[in-house]
Design a protein around this ligand. Structure first.
Ligand SMILES: Nc1ncnc2c1ncn2[C@@H]1O[C@H](COP(=O)(O)OP(=O)(O)OP(=O)(O)O)[C@@H](O)[C@H]1O
Ligand SMILES: [Mg+2]
Length: 255
């Protein structure tokens, strides 16, 4: 069965909150093992809610969600360990360690690995995210960008096959962006499935196999990033980064 069906098969998925707020409205999406999928859309378009449902952290109100051809609920309770396969870089990551190093090693130390393997994975994750010098800092003492990189380091150390990143580039300075891009490129080369929620569409152009645009809980478009950006519908809340912004007259938001 594995390999013949999509990793995630999302069919007519909806999420309506008590009180009537509709966050997702009839979403259909197939996610293939090993692809690098970018999902973009304006604030409140439903990206994080979709991610939480995919991760089994939130129930949908309607529709179907299949993981490797079976309802996600089965993967969550069955023998295969879905939770260990999936790593999430949360938009607002909760930190669990007293220090940066402890925080990164927390995940792998719960995986029944030897001490040396945990140490190696922690070192590598800290190095890949440029946090070696901050290893003894309390996570709360990190800057916003360093916190983003710490959230990524924790997931790298878990060595998951599927990784969802919610706004991994937020708050980063240019060296931080480069570091995260290098990590994404390396994970892609390793064949991981990457689902990246972001407003930064030039990253989708550089690394995405596919770009999907969410707009008020509906999928407006999906395909090769450059093709989707070539035909962006007006008012979808996403801007083509290839348009220059040298002056106010170049800002596509201003009609
Ligand atoms: N518990 C809740 N009750 C009611 N509405 C909610 C709840 N949680 C989220 N929403 C709504 O769901 C919609 C989608 O939210 P979501 O967090 O998925 O947006 P997003 O696309 O991730 O936005 P951003 O780019 O700002 O991160 C928003 O309108 C939000 O107000
Ligand atoms: Mg969000």
């Amino acid at each position: 069965m594995e390999g013949t069906c999509p990793l995630f098969d999302i069919r007519n998925l909806s999420k309506v909150f008590p009180g009537g707020n509709t966050a997702l409205d009839g979403v259909n999406l197939e996610i293939t093992e090993g692809e690098c999928l970018f999902i973009a859309g304006s604030n409140g378009s439903g990206k994080t809610i979709l991610m939480r449902i995919l991760a089994g952290l939130l129930d949908a109100s309607g529709g179907e969600l299949l993981f490797r051809g079976k309802p996600l609920a089965q993967a969550l309770t069955g023998a295969g360990n879905f939770r260990q396969e999936l790593g999430i870089v949360f938009q607002e990551a909760p930190f669990v360690g007293e220090t940066v190093e402890e925080d990164v090693s927390f995940g792998p130390s719960n995986l029944a690995l030897g001490k040396e393997e945990v140490r190696e994975r922690t070192e590598e994750a800290l190095a890949r995210t440029g946090l070696l010098e901050k290893r003894s800092f309390a996570p709360r003492r990190l800057s916003g960008g360093e916190k983003r990189r710490l959230a990524l380091a924790g997931v790298l150390a878990m060595n998951c096959r599927i990784i969802i990143m919610d706004e991994p580039f937020a708050n980063l300075d240019w060296p931080g962006v480069v570091q995260v891009l290098r990590c994404v490129a390396a994970l892609k080369a390793e064949g991981k499935t990457l689902i990246i929620l972001t407003h930064e569409l030039e990253k989708a152009l550089a690394l995405g196999d596919r770009l999907v645009i969410l707009d008020r809980g509906k999928i407006r478009d999906g395909g090769k990033p450059e093709e989707v950006l070539d035909r962006l519908p007006p008012g979808c809340g996403v801007r083509d980064p290839r348009r220059s912004c040298r002056g106010v007259e170049d800002c596509s938001w201003l009609d």
